[in-house]
Design a protein around this ligand. Structure first.
Ligand code: PLP
Length: 459
């Protein structure tokens, strides 16, 4: 395929016609978008021929890396056999069924928290809308319709639809369009670096942070609370990794009050944390699991919800028709690509790699960043990493917002051929799971270089 393009022409058409997501349209029009034209392995190239190590796996999704012919072949073959058919009106298709069964087989078996069922969508946002619909339906069917409130966390990201953005805790999103919608409320995130008290250990903080959920349940009223939603590790919020004590305490609280637990694993599933599902890493037991992104390594859109037995049995036995679904629920091509993607992950032992020696090597090399004068704390969990840039390492003084330290660092990353994301004063990565030891070494060299240049610029 010809990947040579006229950059100026594409940029002009881009600014004339394409409204980008999460983008200041005017600002982008003035500067011109970077045009990405090809990708292979863990690298992407722009239209000017610049090669960049993609340490964000696209947008947390290209788990098996770029250029996988098996995935293109799976899509081609399925398109030729059956490119589309709906799963409304008592019809089904083979890849959707096979994928649902495969997902059920990958999920750990833990009593009424086991997973046998899947509800499909095309994205993480839609999946979280489905969660809201299912959670409300569940409580209605159990004769407790007043249980409507879903508790989430500040700085969480759960998508960009009305329900997704409301479940999320991004103040910038809430400021546009009267969000959150009613019956969604938030607690503080378990961010030890920011919210830990002097002298408090991370483990003590983890228990205290989970306690904010119990306080909120009591404040809202136990019989009004339907569910708690959270990511195992908060991703888009800046890779906020909870202390080890956080999730066990959350589990104790949701069990005590009987509320549903939704694990949003749009980022954390499919090997990202060294397990098929992120909740396995922390040992908790969700009732619903949101997935998207890594299930197809981003090659084609697919999302969904793993519906645990506790919820599925009520919906199936008592529910009658569930008046909810999407044209592309169980899309045969997307499901065929997902099956091929999971096959690659199994064949190449990618999940085990993140959990094992490769993941340990990544963690060790990333931890070395703690020695850099700009780094307040650098942490990893599986194949996500986050670090906070600080003005003063000893006092942990943060940069001011107007310093735009993350943006400065991100620009140095780009200029040096590294895609790393900035979230305020945090720099984050989620590299493809196919990174080799040599790729990890190259990544660390590039991060060091960007940090050094940022330090010089901000001195
Ligand atoms: N949930 C989480 C945890 C996410 O990270 C994202 C996207 O980044 C979403 C939901 C929304 O997914 P999508 O952009 O596919 O709608």
């Amino acid at each position: 395929m010809n990947t040579v393009v006229d950059t100026k022409l594409i940029q002009a058409l881009d600014s004339a016609h394409f409204l980008h997501p999460f983008t200041d349209f005017k600002d982008l029009n003035d500067r011109g978008a970077r045009v990405i034209t090809k990708a292979e392995g863990v690298y992407v190239w722009d239209s000017e021929g610049k090669r960049m190590l993609d340490a964000m796996s696209g947008l947390w999704c290209v788990n098996v890396g770029y250029g996988r012919k098996e995935l293109a072949d799976a899509a081609y073959q399925q398109m030729m056999a059956l490119p589309y058919y709906n799963s409304f009106f008592q019809t089904t298709n083979v890849p959707a069924v096979q994928l649902a069964a495969k997902l059920a087989s990958l999920a750990p078996k833990v009593g009424d928290r086991s997973f046998k069922h899947v509800f499909y969508s095309s994205s993480g946002s839609e999946s979280n809308d489905s969660n809201v619909r299912m959670v409300r339906r569940y409580w209605d069917l159990l004769g407790q319709p007043e249980r409507k409130v879903i508790i989430s966390r500040n700085n969480a990201y759960h998508g960009s639809t009305m329900a997704g953005a409301s479940l999320g805790g991004m103040s910038g999103m809430h400021a546009q369009g009267d969000l959150p919608i009613p019956n969604i409320t938030h607690i503080e995130q378990p961010y030890y670096f920011e919210n830990g008290k002097p002298g408090e250990t991370a483990e003590e903080f983890g228990v205290r942070a989970a306690g904010w959920l119990e306080e909120k349940i009591l404040a809202v009223g136990v019989d009004k609370v339907a569910a708690f939603i959270a990511e195992p590790v908060q991703g888009a919020g800046g890779v906020i990794i909870p202390p080890s004590t956080y999730w066990p305490e959350i589990q104790r609280i949701v069990d005590k009050y009987g509320i549903l637990l939704i694990s949003d694993e749009v980022i954390c599933a499919f090997g990202r944390l060294g397990h098929w599902f992120g909740y396995e890493k922390f040992g908790y037991k969700p009732d619903l699991v949101t997935f998207a992104k890594g299930i197809t390594s981003g090659y084609i859109p697919l999302g969904g919800v793993m519906v645990g037995n506790r919820v599925a049995e009520v919906l199936i036995e008592k529910g009658g028709e569930f008046n909810h679904g999407y044209t592309y629920s169980g899309h045969p091509v997307a499901c065929a690509v997902a099956l091929a993607n999971i096959e690659i992950m199994e064949r190449e032992h990618l999940v085990e790699g993140v959990r094992g020696e490769l993941g340990a090597y990544f963690a060790k090399r990333y931890a070395e960043l703690n020695a850099h004068p700009l780094v307040g704390a650098a942490e990893t969990c599986g194949f996500v990493g986050g670090l906070v840039l600080v003005k003063n390492k000893q006092t942990k003084e943060r940069f001011k917002e107007e310093d735009a330290v993350g943006m400065v660092c991100r620009a140095h990353c780009f200029n040096n051929g590294l895609i790393m994301r900035a979230v305020g004063d945090r720099m984050i990565i989620a590299p493809p799971l196919v990174m080799t030891h040599a790729d990890i070494d190259a990544l660390m060299d590039l991060i060091h270089m960007a940090l050094d240049k940022t330090l010089v610029e901000l001195k």
